[in-house]
Design a binder for this molecule. Structure first.
Ligand code: ZN
Length: 224
């Protein structure tokens, strides 16, 4: 069976990922316990949801996201890859001027488990020249505890997620993804999408429906 890898969760790609009970829309509580110093949701009293978009800026996906968020007055956090910001600085400027925030996703989309700690830190600092805050999300969700500690000592706040759209999965069941996001979202949820070529079609299907549904339920969308 031809399967996509699942780069975001801690498990190797397997047929289980296509099963509704195992597609990793929600964070396993084991992961939260293993990394208690990281941010998995935001404690809020109001009905705010924190949308996040990883891997941009992208010349098609990112402007499309901006247009889609605007009618909802939705603000979001974009965890940009440093080299993509260098390639498309004008799109990064559009993000900032539209009131969104730009977090750090390393300069070269490094997988922490494969990279020495010092190199990871240097690469992240390099990406920091293009961000608007000290928020960091590890690519693939893969970061060693030692790397997390180094970044935190460097002033970074490490933002994980409560809900994944799994928009990067080529064989995603979009209805199931949308339904899970809508069912499990609550005040303070951190929701992951991707403004990337790979995720584009799924994201373009799921995001507007999710925005409309949560808006109808009285939620607003805030940047970190
Ligand atoms: Zn990424």
């Amino acid at each position: 069976m031809d399967l996509d890898s699942c780069p975001k969760c801690a498990f190797p790609a397997s047929p289980l990922h296509l099963h509704p009970l195992f597609t990793p829309y929600r964070v396993p509580s084991l992961l939260k316990r293993l990394y208690p110093g990281l941010v998995w949701d935001i404690p809020v009293k109001d009905k705010h949801i924190f949308l996040t978009f990883d891997d941009g800026p992208h010349p098609v996906a990112t402007p499309w996201v901006l247009e889609t968020l605007a009618p909802f007055q939705a603000k979001a956090t974009f965890f940009c890859v440093g080299e993509n910001v260098s390639r498309y600085p004008e799109i990064a400027e559009q993000l900032k001027s539209a009131g969104h925030s730009i977090g750090n996703h390393t300069y070269n989309h490094l997988k922490g488990w494969n990279v020495p700690d010092q190199e990871y830190l240097v690469n992240t600092r390099k990406a920091g020249e293009n961000t608007s805050n000290k928020l960091f999300r590890p690519p693939y969700g893969r970061i060693r505890r030692s790397q997390a500690k180094m970044l935190q000592e460097d002033g970074f706040r490490i933002i994980m997620w409560s809900l994944l759209s799994c928009d990067y999965l080529q064989k995603l069941n979009r209805e199931q993804s949308l339904n899970t996001l809508c069912r499990c979202s609550k005040p303070g949820s951190l929701v992951v999408f991707h403004d990337s070529a790979r995720a584009l079609e799924n994201m373009q299907w799921i995001l507007p429906r999710y925005l409309q549904e949560m808006h109808d339920r009285g939620f607003t969308f805030a940047a970190l």
